[in-house]
Design a protein around this ligand. Sequence first.
Ligand code: ZN
Length: 144
Amino acid sequence: MEQQAFGGTRTDPKPARSAFEAMKRGFLGRCPHCGEGKLFRAFLKTADHCSVCGEEFHHHRADDLPAYLVVVVVGHIVVGGFMGMEAMTDWPAWLHLAMWVPITLIMSLALVGPIKGAVVGLQWAYYMHGFGGESDALETHPEL
Ligand SMILES: [Zn+2]
């Protein structure tokens, strides 16, 4: 049986792209296609296109997903860490606040960019939202 990438069909001529490799490159802030050019031109602002291979990034739709994923990851770590420390120590509330609030802020700010890059890489790997060369309107409104 022929192995198919997610979203592909047997008549689809597009070559399969490695989602893991694309997400890894995006996580590191690099172009998901070539791994060389920069994906971001500012903190969370993607470049319009890759300066090395020319891959266009402007049609990505990461939207709120990176923020949701950051909440899930950081929330589990911080809440789990807080509850563990609360059970093992008799620290006062102000000490917990002084420790967990900055950890939450630092982890969130450090992770939101790489996670957004990984989401853009995932969309690129699966030819989503214009990364396959078609207009995104065709996906949501096939009658157009
Ligand atoms: Zn590139």
